[in-house]
Design a binder for this molecule. Structure first.
Ligand code: FAD
Ligand code: SF4
Length: 492
C-alpha cells in the first residue's frame, strides 16, 4: 500500500541513508551510465524453451546501478508503482551492501518480487516516473533489474527464513485460483492466523505465471519457491478442483469456510469472429501457451500434441502475443510474425519483450488486420489482411486504426494464433447466487473493501479488472486480505 510522502521523507533521513547521500556527489551519480542487463545471445536462446533470456545483474553491476539512484526527497518513482514499493530504500540497501534488507523492503509491498522484477512493465510505471526520465531525459534507474537482483539474491541465500505466523484463529478461508492474486492473498491471511485452502482448477499451482508466461521469461522454479514458502507457513493447496463444479461456494460454506477470495482470473480467450476462424490451424494463444508451458508439448518426451508450422502468425500486440510468437520461434517456425492493426509505438507489450522478439527474428507486420482465414479442405493456408492507417485518438488515447479502402493482402500461413485479449472466467460469476457482475463479466467489488455483493466473498486480480498485470493482481490480493482481517477483527 502507498504511504504518505512524509513517511518516505522520514525514512530517507535515517542515518545510514544520509551517510550514503553524502558519500558521492550528485553530479557524479548522474554521470553514471545505466548498467545493461546481460542476456543470452538470440541465436542460442531462440532454440530453447527454457533458457532464460536475461541473465541478471552481478553483485558489481547491481552496486554500480544502485549508485545512480539520487535518493530523491520526492521519490516520484514510487508514484508510478501500483503497490507503492519504497523504491529508493530498497535501492539504497543494495548500495549499502545489504541486498537481503533490500529484498525484505520489496516484500513489504510485493508478494513476488522475483516475478515482478522480470515481468512488470517498468517503463510505463516506476521507471517512467524516475527523476532521470522526467527531469534529465536520460535512461531511468534500472529499478526492475535491481528488484530482480535483490529478490534472486534472497532466494539463493541460506539466511532465508519463513515469515512468522500468528497463532491459529480457527477461521477457515477459501481462495479460488492460485495465480498471483490468490497466492498474495493466501500469504497475507495465513500470516494472520487464518486456516487457508487454495483451490485450483488446473493440476499446477501458479495461474498465468505457470501456464501463460514462458520459462524463457519467468522460470517456474521461482514461482515454486514462493509456493513452498506458503506451504511451510500452513497454506493448503487443492489442485484439479473447480470451485463451482467440483464443489460450489455454498457447499464449501457448509464445510465451514467463513470467507472466500475469488481470484479466478481472465482465462477465456477472445476471438475475432471472422470467416475461416474455425479451420484447422487457427487457435488461441491461451491454448498454444498452455500446451507448451504447462503440458511441455515442446519437449521430445511429452505426449501432448501441439501444432507446429513453418509460417506462423500471431494476431495481437500485447505480452501474450509476444510470448506466443517467441514460443513459435522456439518450436521451429521458419517465419514467425506479429500481425497488429496499429503501429510499433502502440504495441501494448513490454518494450523489452518487443526488443527481444525483434532480436530473435520476429517479423512485425504492422497496420494490418486479418479479415478472413483462407483454407484448403479445412486446413489453414493464408490470412487475408486489411491494411490500416492511424486516425484520431480513441477513448484509450491511442490513434484509432482505420481500414484503407481497397487495400488488402494475402499472407500465406500454416498456423494463426489469436492473442487479442481475454475475458473473465465465467464459472464463479455464474454459480454464485446474488453476485453482482459487470457487463464485461467481471465481479464488482467495493474499492476499499474488495468485498462483493455477497457477504464475506472478496475478489481481485483479473476476475475484477479484466486482463491486467501481475502486480495489480497481487496488490488486490493484499488489499483484500487486509480488508477481510479488519472486518473479522471488528466482528470479534
Ligand atoms: P490468473 O493468473 O489467471 O490465475 C487464475 C487461476 O484461477 C488460474 O490458475 C485458473 O486455473 C484458476 N481458476 C479459474 N477458475 C477457477 C475455479 N472456478 N476454481 C478453481 N480455480 C479456478 N502481466 C504482467 O504484469 N507482465 C507480463 O509480462 C505479463 N505477461 C503475460 C503473458 C501472458 C501469456 C498472459 C496470459 C498474461 C500476462 N500478464 C502479464 C497478465 C498477468 O499474468 C495477469 O494479469 C495475472 O496473472 C492475473 O492474476 P490472477 O491471479 O488474477 O489470475
Ligand atoms: Fe532513485 Fe529515480 Fe526514484 Fe529518484 S525517482 S529515488 S533517482 S529511482
Amino acid at each position: 500500500m502507498k504511504q504518505s510522502l512524509s513517511y518516505y521523507k522520514e525514512q530517507r533521513n535515517q542515518e545510514w541513508r544520509v551517510a550514503l547521500q553524502k558519500s558521492m556527489k550528485a553530479k557524479d551519480r548522474m554521470a553514471l551510465e545505466r548498467v545493461k542487463m546481460p542476456e543470452v545471445a538470440p541465436e542460442v536462446r531462440s532454440k530453447s524453451q527454457t533458457i532464460e533470456v536475461n541473465k541478471g545483474l552481478t553483485d558489481e553491476m547491481a552496486f554500480q546501478e544502485s549508485k545512480r539512484c539520487m535518493d530523491c526527497a520526492n521519490p516520484t518513482c514510487v508514484d508510478g508503482c501500483p503497490v507503492g514499493i519504497n523504491i529508493p530504500k530498497f535501492i539504497k540497501y543494495i548500495e549499502n551492501g545489504e541486498p537481503l534488507k533490500a529484498a525484505a523492503t520489496l516484500k513489504e509491498s510485493s508478494a513476488l518480487p522475483a516475478a515482478c522484477g522480470r515481468v512488470c512493465p517498468q517503463e510505463k510505471q516506476c521507471e517512467a516516473n524516475c527523476f532521470y526520465t522526467v527531469k534529465l531525459k536520460k535512461p531511468a534507474v534500472a529499478i526492475g533489474n535491481l528488484e530482480r537482483y535483490a529478490a534472486d539474491f534472497a532466494n539463493k541465500s541460506s539466511e532465508k527464513s519463513i515469515p512468522e505466523v500468528a497463532p491459529p484463529n480457527g477461521i477457515k478461508v477459501a481462495v479460488v485460483g492460485s495465480g498471483p492474486s490468490g497466492l498474495a492473498f493466501a500469504g497475507d491471511v495465513v500470516k494472520l492466523g487464518y486456516d487457508v485452502t487454495v483451490f485450483e482448477a488446473l493440476h499446477e499451482i501458479g495461474g498465468v505465471l505457470k501456464y501463460g508466461i514462458p520459462e524463457f521469461r519467468l522460470p517456474n522454479s521461482l514461482v515454486d519457491i514462493e509456493i513452498e514458502n506458503l506451504r511451510q507457513m500452513g497454506v493448503k493447496f487443492k489442485t484439479n478442483f473447480i470451485v463451482g463444479q467440483t464443489q460450489t461456494v455454498e457447499q464449501l460454506r457448509k464445510e465451514g469456510f467463513k470467507a472466500f477470495y475469488v481470484a479466478s482470473g481472465a482465462g477465456l480467450p477472445r476471438f475475432m469472429n471472422i470467416p475461416g476462424e474455425n479451420v484447422n490451424g487457427v487457435l488461441s494463444a491461451n491454448e498454444y501457451l498452455t500446451r507448451v508451458n504447462l503440458m511441455f508439448a515442446g519437449s521430445e518426451e511429452a505426449d501432448t500434441p501441439v501444432m507446429k508450422g513453418k509460417n506462423v502468425a500471431v494476431i495481437g500486440g500485447g505480452n501474450t502475443a509476444m510470448d506466443a510468437v517467441r514460443t513459435a520461434i522456439r518450436m521451429g517456425a521458419e517465419k514467425a510474425m506479429i500481425i497488429y492493426r496499429r503501429s510499433i509505438d502502440q504495441l501494448p507489450a513490454r518494450a523489452e519483450e518487443v526488443h527481444h522478439a525483434e532480436q530473435e527474428g520476429v517479423i512485425f507486420n504492422l497496420l494490418k488486420n486479418p479479415v478472413e482465414f483462407l483454407h484448403e479442405n479445412g486446413k489453414l493456408t493464408a490470412a487475408k489482411v486489411q491494411h490500416m492507417e492511424l486516425g484520431e485518438p480513441d477513448a484509450s488515447g491511442r490513434r484509432r486504426p482505420i481500414p484503407i479502402e481497397g487495400k488488402t493482402e494475402i499472407i500465406p500461413l500454416d498456423i494463426a494464433i489469436i492473442a487479442i485479449g481475454v475475458s473473465p472466467n465465467p464459472i464463479i460469476p455464474k454459480s454464485v447466487e446474488g453476485l453482482e457482475i459487470s457487463k464485461w463479466g467481471t465481479i464488482i467489488v467495493g474499492d476499499e473493501s474488495r468485498e462483493s455483493s455477497v457477504e464475506n466473498l472478496y475478489a481481485g486480480g483479473d476476475i475484477v479488472r479484466g486482463g491486467a498485470t501481475v502486480i495489480l493482481a497481487m496488490g488486490d490480493g493484499r488489499d483484500a486480505a487486509a480488508a477481510l482481517h479488519k472486518k473479522f477483527q471488528e466482528k470479534a
